[in-house]
Write a protein that binds this ligand. Structure first.
Ligand SMILES: NC(=O)c1ccc[n+]([C@@H]2O[C@H](COP(=O)([O-])OP(=O)(O)OC[C@H]3O[C@@H](n4cnc5c(N)ncnc54)[C@H](OP(=O)(O)O)[C@@H]3O)[C@@H](O)[C@H]2O)c1
Length: 341
């Protein structure tokens, strides 16, 4: 295939480009040259997707079998590129999110679940949250692009080049050793998906001429929080010991769910469906998910190879202050009756 990847220099976009080149596809990437690294072998066009002149320059004299858009966050912006690329590509793959579904994370969702209401022309000035905007972006691409549209709704994406440093934070935290504050129940089932597996699936679906939408969130229960942290201990070779502390104890001490201890979703109705999105349709269509242990191993290898600093997590709004972690661990252990699990 001849492919255009809007973005393509970080994480999921990078995985799409790398895998497409490996398949023998020809790839153009379009980005501003500000973040990440362009993949050698791709034709690089510099430009801003928010700038009509840059979009005109991009499409002049070029044609692709498909566009892969990994960085659409604002409906008005996504719609602009969908219109500009109409007539220059046959298909448009838009990377949305499980966030676009109105019932997530409260309930289990699948492809038939309702999306957030959001018009296709919503803009950055409309003060609409990320999840709602993603639903508007989907509508903007569906209405703006004249051709086949394929939408992917990923769940929580991990793997090498992770952008929001969640697994990266846990790996760096565990590598630094000592007692580690571990949240809730170690047996709590999760569902993670590797960026590289999403890319393989998206490319295969494009090659097959697919349209419509797929939730790509992995296999339910493909790890537990306990198994994930055990994998982190194993691959880092650390002597760190996870100390499992009850949800309620953490919430009472003001620990922010999801971010301060990344990926921690305490029990309760507001998060009841967080790890339950259904990828059944994608799995039937060929989505193959590698074991989470392999993702953890490869992510640690990337952290070491690229010298990814623990400080990056703070920039991504992830991770707990070490002093706060120490205080909570001390209070939990002093409580005596709990002990370490
Ligand atoms: N992380 C998760 O768990 C999760 C879960 C569900 C869905 N998702 C979705 O997955 C996608 C992640 O994509 P990603 O990893 O490829 O990262 P990304 O952060 O969405 O994309 C960044 C790429 O887009 C380029 N870019 C940004 N603004 C641009 C502009 N105005 N014009 C041209 N290029 C621009 C960047 O290069 P320059 O800065 O150099 O321009 C870079 O190559 C997102 O759509 C996200 O919503 C993520």
């Amino acid at each position: 295939m001849r492919l255009l990847v809007i973005g393509g220099s970080v994480f999921l976009g990078h995985a799409f480009v790398t895998r497409a080149l490996r398949r023998g596809d020809r790839v153009t990437t379009f980005n501003r040259g500000r973040s990440g690294t362009d993949v050698p072998g791709a034709e690089v066009v510099r430009g801003d997707r928010e700038n009509d002149d840059d979009l005109r320059r991009l499409v002049e004299g070029r044609r692709w079998d498909a566009v892969i858009d990994t960085c659409g966050y604002v409906p008005r912006v996504a719609g602009r590129s969908a219109r500009a690329l109409s007539g220059h590509a046959d298909a448009y793959l838009f990377v949305s999110s499980v966030h676009a579904y109105a019932d997530w994370p409260e309930r289990r969702v699948d492809e038939s679940s309702a999306l957030h209401p959001c018009p296709p022309d919503a803009g950055p000035d409309d003060d609409v949250p990320y999840n709602t905007l993603k639903a508007g972006c989907e509508r903007a691409v569906e209405t703006g692009f004249d051709g086949r549209v394929l939408i992917l709704n990923p769940g929580l994406i991990t793997g090498p080049r992770e952008q929001v440093p969640r697994l990266t934070w846990w790996l760096n935290r565990i590598a630094s050793g000592g007692p580690v504050l571990a949240p809730g129940d170690p047996g709590r089932a999760m569902q993670l998906v590797d960026a590289r597996d999403i890319a393989e699936f998206g490319l295969a679906r494009l090659a097959a001429g697919a349209t419509g939408r797929f939730l790509v969130s992995g296999v339910p229960g493909n790890t537990t929080f306990g198994a994930l942290l055990d994998d982190c201990v194993r691959v880092t070779g650390s002597a760190a010991v996870p100390t499992w502390v009850d949800d309620a104890f953490l919430l009472e001490r003001g620990v922010a769910e999801w971010t301060e201890l990344p990926m921690w979703a305490p029990g309760g109705p507001t998060m009841a469906g967080v790890w339950l999105p259904s990828s059944d349709q994608a799995l039937r269509a060929g989505l193959r998910c590698r074991p989470v242990a392999d993702t953890v191993q490869d992510t640690w290898a990337w952290i070491r190879d690229e010298n990814v600093a623990a400080g990056r997590a703070a920039e991504g709004g992830q991770g707990i202050d070490p002093e706060k972690e120490r205080r909570i661990l001390a209070a939990w252990t002093e409580g005596g009756s709990h002990g370490a699990r």
